[in-house]
Write a protein that binds this ligand. Structure first.
Ligand code: UD1
Length: 421
């Protein structure tokens, strides 16, 4: 079992380069199944969710060539299997994108019910509603989900909730459908736009991604024969911004899209820290005093992202005054607060609300990461704390952050990965 050992107390200082977006990559990889040809994907993050996605694609007949650790060429011409490996698909959340992609390509698909971080109930009713509206029959049973259609016919779908996954999944299923599908109340996250840009580069006709109405004009075929570069990871960039603030550091974050970070920048400024857009995909973040309290409500993009709530929680746990976070997306996203309390924080979580009574310092302790972003938050807490913090359950962190300890080490953090028997 691996653990991270963090000796805290050093403010972060220096430059960090952001990787490709996990949540875009895990959708773009299944999206390649809609292509009848070859394509190259650059800026893929080197994370375990990408590796599992590639294994699944290979298991159903795709041929993948690794050009470097961040670039693959994928040939999907021989994909014929419609049953994705059930054990692998149950391992992570984004395997649900295989449903939209294989339904679009083969009109038939079975996958294991998607796993992923345990953040509370994670229904997929809006995905199913979209597939059924396009003409598919969907059955759920024995831990699997199967979708079949004679043909897919375009329609208008109004999403009852703003869902990243359902928006992308229905977009995938609609790319090769007959006619124009309209997705209303669509999610606007940068990775929704990135998947649409990828599909359009490969020959699809999708308009309006990034607004709440997306129109997918069905095409006969995606020919591929193109190269696509995955968008920088908004959440990884935000994680480093908040790490700079929490540690009272001074860092420049490179290869990020500052527009995607506006809601984080606004909160950073509100609590008395500094953020400056340097142009050229760089942002400078620094903090020279104790942050002040703030209230946060997580919301779909362009609101404050739920995936940065735990990292912000670390900042507020050491802020001057009592802050309130309202988590409006996931019902169990405060598990990390128990771990921060072991480090001396004073946080009371009640349902979807948590109260952060700011303390002036945290102290190192053994802590357990309950999910991906909680793991990132615990690393930040360890960097700020007095003494040594040991972080366990690294498999969550490795799913979504590329070379995380190397990146923090280059910023001056004292962090090592240790393998224990
Ligand atoms: C994606 C992200 C995840 C992020 C989340 C919200 C990926 C791989 N994961 O997850 O990191 O935390 O967006 O930004 O991109 N909902 C329904 N019915 C559905 C689908 C969703 O009620 O069919 C609800 C969910 O319970 C949740 C909200 O809608 O309350 C948002 O979920 P959604 O955007 O779908 O999250 P994911 O796509 O699973």
């Amino acid at each position: 079992m691996d653990k991270l050992v963090v000796t805290g107390g050093t403010p972060l200082n220096g430059e960090v380069v952001i990787s490709g977006a996990k949540n875009a990559a895990v959708a773009i990889l299944p999206a390649t199944l809609l292509i009848d040809g070859v394509c190259t994907i650059e800026n893929l993050p080197n994370i375990s969710d990408v590796k599992v996605s590639c294994k699944i694609l290979e298991a159903i007949g795709a041929k993948i060539t690794w050009n470097s650790e961040n670039c693959i060429t994928i040939d999907t011409r021989n994909v014929c299997c419609t049953e994705a490996p059930l054990d692998l698909t149950r391992k992570f959340r984004a395997s649900y994108y295989l449903i939209g992609a294989l339904l679009g390509r083969c009109r038939s698909v079975t996958v294991g019910m998607p796993g992923g971080c345990k953040l509370g109930a994670r229904p997929i009713d809006q995905h199913i509603k979209g597939f059924e509206a396009l003409g598919a029959t969907v059955t759920v049973g024995q831990g699997n989900i199967t979708a079949k259609a004679e043909c897919l016919n375009a329609t208008s779908i109004y999403m009852d909730v703003v869902s990243v996954g359902a928006t992308i999944n229905v977009m995938l299923a609609a790319v090769l459908a007959n006619g124009t599908t309209i997705i209303d109340n669509a999610a606007k996250e940068p990775h929704v736009v990135d998947v649409a840009n990828f599909l359009n580069t490969m020959g699809a006709d999708i308009r309006g991604a990034g607004t709440d109405v997306i129109k997918v004009n069905g095409v006969e075929r995606l020919v591929g024969n193109a190269t696509y570069c995955v968008v920088p990871d908004q959440i990884e960039a935000g994680t480093f911004m908040l790490a700079a603030v929490a540690s009272k550091g001074d860092i420049i974050i490179k290869n990020c899209i500052t527009k995607h970070l506006e809601c984080i920048t606004a909160k950073v400024l509100e609590i008395g820290a500094n953020a400056e857009d340097l142009g050229g995909d760089r942002i400078h973040v620094w903090c020279d005093k104790r942050p002040s309290k703030a209230n946060i409500k997580t919301l779909p993009y362009p609101g404050f992202p739920t995936d940065l709530q735990p990292q912000m929680g670390v900042v507020l746990s050491m802020a001057d005054g009592t802050s309130i976070i309202n988590e409006s997306i996931w019902e169990s996203r405060f598990q990390y607060t128990d771990e921060l309390n072991k480090m001396g924080a004073k946080i009371t979580a009640q349902g979807k609300t948590a109260f952060f009574e700011g303390v002036d310092h945290l102290s190192g302790a053994p802590v357990y990461s309950s999910d991906l972003r909680a793991g990132a938050a615990l690393i930040i807490a360890g960097i700020c704390a007095d003494g040594v913090t040991e972080i366990y359950n690294l498999e969550h962190i490795d799913r979504g952050y590329e070379h995380i300890e190397e990146k923090f080490r280059r910023l001056g953090a004292n962090i090592v990965r240790v393998t224990e028997d």
